[in-house]
Design a protein around this ligand. Structure first.
Ligand code: XUL
Ligand code: MN
Length: 348
């Protein structure tokens, strides 16, 4: 790397990004690493932030008393501090409980909605104890398999009720909505960052509600992730990203960043860099899964490679000759600009 500033970005990933390789059609193919083992990997792989689900910190959270929840969180806090790590986000895992089969905040059943709120409050308690102010909501089951099953307008109201309740519960937290158009549901109610930002402005504290954009989720919505990022950046609401890659409209693949479409990845890095992303402490988060074929002892390469690809593309963004680019733009010579970008990426 020629540019000495390249390390100014801080990187994060979640414990679930080192996984056993199970998919809907087959069981695990690699033995697990324990959470304590995973924590030891972070720094060596080039990462300083941990993305958490609430039950990554407190397993079997629903069976724990408040005191047990706090005690376990303190243990994890000590462990990550000892390893020079910080919690970037904490997200309530609302999609695995029998009470959330047909949605959490948007379930038709009021007692199921109550469970979702209570679980979210416990997630906030954990976040506080681990000194993290950022709650991420991936709205996994907030949608439908068939449209007639729920009232879509009422569902938006339920989502806002939940967000407002969380904002009231703790005046110091910020809520980041991570949109995704489908999977596990056929259609999600908050499929894009525009939808997420609409909710933010409708909430009782718009300055505390923003978004997290995952590359693959934008691609699944048929959108360009860099333009989605640009939209959120303009609104000053891009507070985290989950960089990865995706080959077309199929299941959420969570491929290594840039592995499918290098130019699309370049444009994500470019829009982040050009708009000062990270300057207010935002992390460059990854949400990547290694392939099922990967042997256990080398099942963290996708994390290293995604970070390296980001840094290579950062150098490409920083060494783009702006005068040349501007000449093409001024002449409305998109063909020329297109080829200039290709040659630049190819190192010509
Ligand atoms: C699901 C997804 C989640 C969130 C965190 O597609 O991306 O792992 O990032 O809940
Ligand atoms: Mn994600």
């Amino acid at each position: 790397m020629s540019n000495q500033n390249l390390t100014e970005y801080r990187f994060s990933f979640g414990p679930w990004n080192i996984h056993e390789g199970a998919d809907p059609f087959g069981p695990p193919v690699r033995d697990s690493f324990t959470f304590d083992e995973k924590v030891q990997f972070y720094r060596a792989l080039g990462f300083v932030g941990i993305q958490f689900h609430d039950d990554d910190i407190v397993p079997d959270i629903n069976d724990k008393t408040h005191a047990q929840l706090i005690q376990r969180t303190q243990t994890v806090k000590q462990l990550i501090t000892d390893h020079g790590l910080t919690a970037e986000i904490v997200a309530p895992r609302l999609w695995e409980d029998p009470r959330t089969i047909d949605g959490a905040y948007t379930s038709n059943n009021p007692s199921e909605r109550d469970y979702a709120i209570e679980r979210s409050k416990r997630c906030i308690d954990i976040a506080n104890e681990i000194e993290c102010r950022i709650i991420v909501l991936w709205l996994a089951r907030e949608g439908t398999y068939i449209r007639e099953a729920k009232n879509s307008a009422r569902a938006v109201g339920y989502l806002l009720d939940a967000i407002n309740t969380m904002l009231d519960y703790d005046p110091n937290i910020r809520i980041l909505i991570e949109p995704k158009p489908n999977e596990p549901m056929d259609q999600a109610y908050i499929p894009t960052i525009g939808h997420a930002i609409g909710l933010a402005y409708a909430s009782k504290a718009p300055e505390r509600v923003g978004g997290l954009i995952e590359s693959a989720h934008a691609i699944l919505a048929g959108l360009d992730p860099s333009d989605e990022m640009g939209y959120a950046l303009y609104h000053k609401k891009l507070w985290s990203v989950h960089l990865n890659d995706q080959n077309g409209l199929k299941f959420d693949e969570d491929k290594a960043f840039g592995s499918e479409n290098l130019r699309r990845a370049f444009n994500q890095v470019r829009v982040l860099e050009e708009n000062g992303y990270g300057k207010n402490g935002e992390f460059v988060g990854l949400d990547v899964k290694t392939m099922r074929t990967q042997p256990r002892e080398i099942s963290t390469k996708h994390l290293v490679h995604s970070r390296e690809t980001f840094l290579h593309l950062l150098e490409k963004a920083r060494t783009l000759e702006r005068a040349v680019e501007q000449q093409f733009i001024a002449a409305r010579d998109d063909e020329g600009l297109d080829f200039y970008i290709l040659e630049h990426l190819l190192g010509k």
